[in-house]
Design a protein around this ligand. Structure first.
Ligand code: NAP
Length: 328
């Protein structure tokens, strides 16, 4: 079957990773149904494909028939729905990371969808945060409902539009100092969003036979660089030309601050639960299936970060050229 004859449903296509997956699959010629709560946000994705190639589908996740309607006639489905913190009754970890993926997986099975790719997160089997526990329970329930599902667990994901490097770069523009939570020694293995979307595409297309069959497997997605939180700040300072002081924030104080931010801010940059997640290293486990098992050579941060962090330099993207001109 060719890509152009296949339809893929993407849940969470309006998000950072989902958007890249839509672009990747559209570029390969798939017909894409993007399911989401707010149709206006999905319409913004239409330029990623040719006329009629990307079909927005309004989805009310409380209504099972709405999810079934989104999946009807699809060959594969991808779930990129996720939240970083809980807010109100609608955005609770158990609902978004456990019940919802299990519901989508069950309906995929009932509707005869061939493949289901579920985005989880690296370290959910080790961290003791509520975020991690809800993600791990989601993986287990997805595999129970759809045993052929492929689970992808990325480390922190970087790329234009990410919510990690961009957020700290924005803070560095206005703040004289940045917090080193718990001493900043937690390790990360940042992975490029383009490699994550490649992994999704390959999990859809790789043959369902032999040892490379991706179905029913869990892949841990990390990039080529392993860095501590402190190293990540140093990389950020290098890329943005903004050297800031680093202030050690002990775990207890960080958790207290995070707890207050979660209560008082609509989009908290830190929560107590995230502080709990940060206590565990976020790196690929020994013996895990990785990007290499999908035939992907991971992209380094040094190749990609300059393409979108240069705009945070004191004089903007053309910082050094401006300085040279003024000096002459
Ligand atoms: N980004 C990372 O560094 C990273 C690292 C590890 C794992 N992951 C996982 O990868 C997946 C995608 O991450 P991302 O960075 O692309 O996230 P994102 O940019 O925050 O996008 C989240 C998506 O989830 C949808 N969503 C949020 N709350 C929802 C709700 N209450 N009901 C239904 N849909 C809801 C959003 O749709 P609307 O447009 O309707 O709001 C959006 O499409 C998530 O599962 C995340 O946990 C991400």
């Amino acid at each position: 079957m060719t890509a152009s004859s296949q339809t893929i449903c993407i849940f969470g296509g309006t998000g950072f990773i989902g958007h890249q997956i839509v672009r990747e699959l559209a570029g390969k010629g798939y017909r894409i149904k993007v399911a989401g709560r707010v149709p206006e946000r999905i319409f913004d994705l239409k330029p990623c494909g040719a006329v009629g190639q990307i079909v927005p589908v309004a989805c009310d996740y409380r209504d099972e028939e709405s999810v079934r309607h989104a999946l009807a006639g699809c060959d594969a489905a991808v779930n990129c729905i996720g939240i970083l913190y809980e807010k109100g009754k609608a955005a609770r970890f158990d609902r978004i990371h456990t019940q919802l993926p299990a519901q989508i997986a069950r309906i995929c099975e009932e509707e005869g969808v061939e493949r289901f790719i579920h985005l989880s997160a690296l370290g959910v089997d080790k961290a003791s945060s509520r975020y991690a526990k809800s993600k791990l329970a989601g993986e287990e329930d997805v595999l129970k409902a759809f045993p052929k599902a492929t689970i992808l667990r990325p480390s922190v994901v970087f790329g234009p539009g990410d919510n990690f490097f961009n957020m700290f770069a924005k803070i560095a523009v206005i703040s004289p100092a940045l917090p080193l939570i718990g001493g900043g020694q937690t390790k990360f293995q940042p992975v490029y969003v383009g490699d994550v979307s490649d992994a999704v595409r390959l999990a859809i297309t790789m043959p369902a036979i032999g040892e490379n069959n991706p179905q029913g497997k869990i892949y841990e997605l990390g990039g080529p660089d392993i860095l501590t939180f402190k190293d990540i700040y140093e990389e950020l300072f290098k890329q943005t030309g903004r050297k800031k002081a680093l202030i050690n924030l002990p775990w207890g104080i960080a958790a207290l601050q995070g707890g207050l931010m979660n209560v008082f801010l609509p989009n908290p940059p830190l929560t107590a639960d995230q502080v709990c997640t940060l206590k565990t290293d976020n790196i690929v486990s020994e013996g895990a299936l990785t990007l290499a098992n999908l035939g992907i050579l991971p992209t380094s941060m040094s190749t990609i970060l300059p393409t979108y962090l240069a705009r945070f330099k004191p004089g903007g993207r053309f910082h050094s050229k401006n300085q040279e001109r003024q000096a002459s």
